[in-house]
Ligand binder design. Structure first.
Ligand SMILES: [Zn+2]
Ligand SMILES: [Zn+2]
Length: 241
């Protein structure tokens, strides 16, 4: 058995043990007996095509949205599965503070639907690296949890070692688009041994301005990646757009 298959087998075994000890609860509302209940599924707002060809926000006019025409993000594109609201927002809040792999798995199933909806392709899935201070505080990296569970579902290698932070960045909350870009510029570095010639998809929990994904992409292109897409569970639409 390959090490990859072995680790998947171990993780499944652990999940089965957890299921026996703690029956599943809905990631969105906590209701027992479901990992994602029909009420939350109905209440969530999926991003459905047509979307902006670059940043992936809902956009019915074809091609790029106004912001992307004016000031495009420098990466192949971003796609997000849901608007950041309702049960998706609550589920990510739960993941942030409880960090259970099963929660990530339930959300990764929703991301798999988005993956198919947007017909994404990749050779590697890479999570946005958490700043070490933030990760220490909280104990887990949500992006990595989602990316790992998604990678298992879509059967694409999960490669967290391909990208790392070279400096920690202050929170992006409250910053406008330009300040966000400035805040994360040069914050990441990628390892050419993993990414050269590869189609990389960078996974995060929420995308707001795309600045973080763009900074990740800059590092990945520099290390020789063939293409870089961002893929997130949720999407916040900035009011300034
Ligand atoms: Zn629910
Ligand atoms: Zn756009």
């Amino acid at each position: 058995m390959s090490p990859f298959r072995f680790s998947r087998w171990i993780s499944r075994l652990r999940e089965e043990a957890l299921d026996l000890l703690f029956p599943p609860r809905c990631a969105g509302c906590g209701r027992p007996g479901w990992s994602w209940c029909p009420t939350c599924d109905t209440a969530a707002s999926p991003v459905i095509p047509p979307v902006c060809s670059l940043c992936g926000i809902p956009w019915s006019k074809g091609g790029r949205c106004l912001r992307c025409k004016e000031d495009p993000l420098h990466l192949d594109g971003i796609r997000s599965c849901y608007l950041y609201s309702g049960p998706i927002r609550r589920a990510l809040h739960r993941l942030k503070f409880h960090g259970r792999y099963r929660l990530a798995q339930a959300l990764a199933v929703k991301m798999m639907e988005g993956w198919a909806r947007f017909a994404l392709e990749a050779d590697l899935l890479v999570p946005v690296p958490a700043s070490s201070a933030r990760q220490r505080q909280r104990g887990y990296n949500q992006a990595a949890m989602l990316a790992r569970a998604l990678a298992e579902g879509v059967e694409i290698p999960f490669c967290p070692q391909a990208l790392h932070r070279v400096r920690s960045t202050p929170s992006q909350v409250g910053l406008d688009q330009n300040a966000r870009r400035e805040n994360v510029r040069g914050a990441f570095a990628a390892d050419p041994r993993w990414v050269r010639g590869k189609r990389v998809v960078v996974v995060d929990d929420v995308c707001t301005s795309g600045a973080t994904l763009e900074a990740c992409a800059a590092a990945l292109y520099q290390a020789g990646a063939r293409s870089v897409w961002g893929f997130t569970l949720a999407r916040t639409i900035l009011k300034t757009i």
